[in-house]
Design a binder for this molecule. Structure first.
Ligand code: GLN
Length: 255
């Protein structure tokens, strides 16, 4: 009898502790990831140096290095799921993956449906234009055909600016850059480092114009109220402190 009472007390104490720490048992995303053995990252892999197709296949880049470090911290494998950028916030909110890692800018709108980690890098929108086009500033977009990737901060900037003749919205950056190369567009509003990567790949055809149009911050997106947020923030803080994020950027920029 005494044995049973002791067992019951122990059980109740365990339940109480579990209740106190959300990280224990059901409701813990970290526990669920460890159990499944994989951290699923949602991305859109045409955004160098953050995510792009490696020569040996598979998605590589700055964001993938950060997610790999988080997977290592949790002792699990990293699995990459590729999708259109605009679909990523809703997908992470719906639990289709654990982390959105897509050169994603922190915005209030996105904060409505998911949480963001601490920022890992500053970001900015720039204009990617045909070489020698003369387009230098946002004012020069007056009457021009401007391309953006739908649902991005570049889309938001071009829409707010409101001086373009038309804004062409593409699902992927690859399609937007192809349209720019083929003369269908006068400019593409896009994040600085991808703009520089695309300009470098098409050196005599495209260039990055003028100065930055916006001030933004990159962070990883995580489903709301998940205990994964704290783990991810810890890893990001360590990577920043060790100068690893800057090293990832230079390793994944054109050599
Ligand atoms: N940083 C931009 C945004 O968050 C673009 C991201 C992207 O196209 N991958 O909207």
């Amino acid at each position: 009898m005494k044995k049973w009472t002791r067992l019951l007390t122990a059980l109740m104490a365990a339940l109480l502790i579990c209740g106190m720490f959300a990280a224990c048992g059901k409701g813990s995303e970290v526990a669920e990831i460890k159990k499944s053995g994989k951290l699923v990252v949602l991305t859109s892999s045409d955004f160098p140096p953050f995510e792009y197709q490696g020569e040996e296949g598979g998605t590589i880049g700055v964001d993938m290095e950060i997610c790999q470090a988080i997977a290592d911290e949790l002792g699990v494998e990293l699995e990459v799921v590729d999708m259109d950028f605009a679909d990523i916030p809703a997908a992470v909110a719906a639990g289709k993956g654990h982390i959105a890692a897509a050169g994603m800018t922190v915005t209030e709108e996105r904060r409505q449906i998911m949480d963001f980690t601490e920022s890992y890098l500053p970001a900015a929108q720039y204009l990617l234009v045909p070489a020698g086009s003369g387009i230098k500033t946002a004012a020069d977009l007056e009457g021009k055909v401007v391309g953006v990737q739908v649902g991005t901060t570049g889309d938001h900037f071009a829409t707010q600016q409101g001086n373009a003749k038309s804004i062409e919205r593409y699902a992927t950056l690859t399609e937007a850059s192809a349209a720019l190369m083929s003369g269908k567009l006068d400019a593409v509003v896009v994040d600085e480092l991808p703009a520089r990567a695309i300009a470098a790949q098409n050196a005599d055809k495209l260039e990055v114009a003028g100065e930055k149009l916006t001030e933004e911050e990159y962070a990883l997106g995580i489903a709301k109220d998940s205990d994964l947020l704290k783990k991810a923030n810890k890893v990001i803080a360590e990577l920043k402190e060790e100068g690893k994020i800057d090293a990832f950027v230079s390793n994944h920029s054109m050599k």
